[in-house]
Design a protein around this ligand. Structure first.
Ligand code: PEP
Ligand code: MG
Length: 315
């Protein structure tokens, strides 16, 4: 039944009653971009730029970076390409951005915190992105990882503007930023929830430890509450909020996220068809009811079961 239903959908993500939710790809480099660019999806919601430089022993020049970004953007024509600036740290080490070992890498000088200590790395990256964006004509938007405060968001937004890029955003993956999203988003053009780190920091459970996977489950009611708070804050500012963590590719969670008000879902490209199908089978009010049922549950398992009961059985 699912296979037949899957074959029947294409195009932009829309609920049964016509509410648009953009379906986007998570990519990590040129090869991913070429593959995803050929698919029926609306662009890129997360380009993890640090993946491109994992083996670089010295900082890539503006020219070297421009060359890569051009190749990543070109397959998308005028579609959206959301680029995340370097998300490096002791947990994702880059040789040229090494600040030394840390006791708690997930809580350390990573993401935008590292960019603040090494602003020349951020500026080179933004300059290269700006050049590549102008050359390719892609709808390029840049966002910062690991933002916790309003000051960080404002600092990043200023550097984005100074480098001639039109749209700056922030990842919402630290609970502090989620809870204060109205204030944080007032400084930028958009937010994108990273549910992988948001679950890690909400549940105080290291995402590198497989034994803790039950705690890292995005169905955990506390994680859903923090996501909901982030969406409510975004709604109050009128700024769009997306999701680019793994949860966006789960068709049942995609319904919950849509009901909470997110306007884009970015995922592994292979997940796009089933998420598109899930949206097409449910109206926005149904998604809102599904989200409310998930949040009313006491446990992750009950949240999943409640949603399974309400969602169409093709899923
Ligand atoms: C996230 O944290 O959810 C996310 C999308 O970023 P990454 O998985 O690269 O940390
Ligand atoms: Mg993250």
């Amino acid at each position: 039944k699912r296979a037949a239903a899957l074959a029947g959908t294409s195009g932009p993500g829309t609920t049964r009653d016509g509410h648009h939710v953009a379906l986007l790809a998570n990519i990590g480099g040129v090869k991913d971009a070429e593959e995803a660019g050929a698919l029926d999806l609306e662009g890129v919601g997360l380009f993890r730029t640090e993946f491109v430089f994992l083996s670089a022993d010295k900082a890539p020049t503006v020219e070297e970076q421009t060359e890569i970004y051009r190749k990543v953007m070109a397959p998308f024509g005028d579609r959206r390409v959301v680029v995340r600036t370097l998300d490096a740290g002791a947990d994702k080490p880059l040789a040229f951005a090494d600040l030394g070992p840390e006791e708690n890498p997930a809580l350390g000088r990573r993401g935008l915190r590292l960019s603040a200590e090494r602003p020349e790395l951020l500026d080179a990256q933004l300059e290269a992105l700006s050049i590549a964006a102008k050359e390719t004509g892609a709808d390029v938007r840049v966002m910062a990882p690991m933002v916790a405060t309003v000051e960080e968001a404002a600092w990043f937004a200023r550097r984005v503007r100074e480098n001639g890029l039109p749209k700056g955003g922030v990842m919402i993956e630290v609970p502090a930023a989620a809870l204060r999203s109205a204030h944080v988003l007032a400084e930028v053009e958009f937010g994108s929830i990273g549910t992988n780190d948001l679950a890690q920091y909400t549940m105080a459970a290291d995402r590198m430890q497989g034994e803790l996977s039950d705690l890292l489950d995005p169905w955990q009611p506390a994680v859903l509450d923090v996501v909901a708070a982030a969406c409510e804050g975004a709604a109050s500012t009128g700024r769009p909020m997306g999701v680019c963590g793994e949860s966006a590719g789960d068709p049942l969670l995609a319904l919950v996220l849509t009901g909470l008000g997110v306007s884009s879902l970015s995922m592994a490209p292979s997940k796009v068809p089933v998420v598109r199908l899930a949206l097409s089978l449910h109206s926005l009010p149904e998604c809102q009811g599904i989200a409310a049922a998930a949040r009313a549950a006491a446990t992750a398992r009950e949240a999943l079961e409640a949603v399974r009961d309400l969602a169409r059985d093709e899923l």
